[in-house]
Design a protein. Structure first.
Length: 175
């Protein structure tokens, strides 16, 4: 692929990701789901271009979202986990034995989510919603682990769907 097409692909994916994160920033309910959607868009870039372009797209999207978005939690969740996870996912999946691979995935996810919550609280002075008391963060992390389990399975299925059905259509459209 020509360098100009790689740059165009990366620019479109970056812009689309920032728009998705902006939507998550504006609509409060979508604050946790739009980083997921923005990371799924990276499938196109990872498969069609390269991991290097995906990494640069991730860095630019993270920087722009942290600078431009009002909802820093949405931007931090993307920057600390969902933006980078598609890039390192194949390397994590190659870890043997399988139980160690699963442990690495969940450890990375939980460290990123806890770091995002701590940064929101201590750096950006965003108070944690104390509806559930002192167990609220534990319940949030447990629910997010369930979401991550579903996300990882869904990501695998969407990657297969992309390779079987959508890749040829997108490549025809881009020519």
């Amino acid at each position: 692929m020509k360098k100009s097409k790689e740059i165009a692909y990366s620019g479109v994916v970056s812009a689309l990701s920032v728009v998705m994160l902006f939507l998550g920033s504006v609509v409060w309910v979508l604050g946790y789901t739009m980083p997921l959607v923005a990371s799924i868009i990276m499938i196109i870039l990872l498969d069609s271009v390269s991991a290097k372009s995906a990494l640069l797209c991730y860095i630019s999207t993270s920087a722009l979202s942290l600078l431009l978005l009002n909802d820093k939690e949405c931007a931090l969740i993307y920057a600390l986990f969902f933006g980078f996870y598609p890039i390192v996912r194949d390397r994590i999946n190659s870890v043997k034995p399988k139980i160690l691979m699963i442990a690495v995935k969940y450890m990375y996810f939980n460290i990123a989510m806890i770091a995002a919550q701590l940064l929101c609280y201590y750096v950006f002075a965003i108070p944690f919603d104390d509806v559930l008391g002192k167990w609220g963060i534990v319940i949030l992390i447990a629910c997010l682990n369930l979401v991550f389990f579903i996300y990882d399975k869904l990501y695998t299925l969407l990657l297969r769907l992309y390779k079987l059905k959508l890749k040829k259509r997108i490549e025809k459209f881009v020519k």
